[in-house]
Design a protein around this ligand. Sequence first.
Ligand SMILES: O=C(O)CCC(=O)C(=O)O
Ligand SMILES: [Mn+2]
Length: 261
Amino acid sequence: MATVTKLNLKAEAVESGDRHGRDSENEAEQNVAVAATSDSKTKRVVVELGNGSQVIYMPKFLGYDQSWDYLEYLNKNIPWKRPTIRVFGRSCVQPRDSCYVASEGLPQLVYSGYEPHAYSWDEFPPLKDILDSVHKALPGSHFNSLLLNRYKGGDDYVGWHADDEKLYGPTPEIASFSFGCEREFLLKKRPDKTPQGKTSSGEPPKKRLKKVCSPDQHSFVLKHGSLLVMRGYTQRDWLHSVPKRVKADSVRINLTFRRVL
Ligand SMILES: O=C(O)CCC(=O)C(=O)O
Ligand SMILES: [Mn+2]
């Protein structure tokens, strides 16, 4: 059965300085590294997913009031659309609103058979401020595009997928902001394509090879004003989703900053 870690609990434990409120043996076994810095703005939970995949979660990246201002601005000013997309060969209406912003001259984004119009950053000055703040927090990052999502209520969702479009390259860094209603964000490991009884190098497995136990599902409750970053091979080796939630009765806006190569 899949092992699941509830990362929202880890975030809270770090925030309150309570690193002993959890089972430290279990944590080591699950190969999860948690790091905290003293500045409340940069308090972060770092989750090593294994094999070069990493997630960083900053529950209070932006201030509470400022985040409500952003939510209000985005809700009113973004030209939201609910496009028709293709999933498993069938047309369906995307179960959330979206919009796309990108720097000039980039290759066209295509996902689920849909080619969103690329709006300019200049049309939405607050987005440039958010972009600046994420560049400061993640030295070396150079995001040049942004996919926005609006979940109007608990029936809106994004199904299991990876942001593994070729135009992002093999190890995309994706920075994801959340505003408004808290929703659960799930990660699950993609099935291993290696044939049974073989290692990825093609060799038969060595006897008595020690099994490293790492969880193959993670769950985060994405808070208002939080930032979650996926890095390394996360898009190659993991899938993520924001499932339907009956109790989520208000709007959530999500911004995912990406770099088109
Ligand atoms: O809403 C979220 O937190 C995730 C959105 C997402 O995965 C996407 O736009 O690709
Ligand atoms: Mn995604």
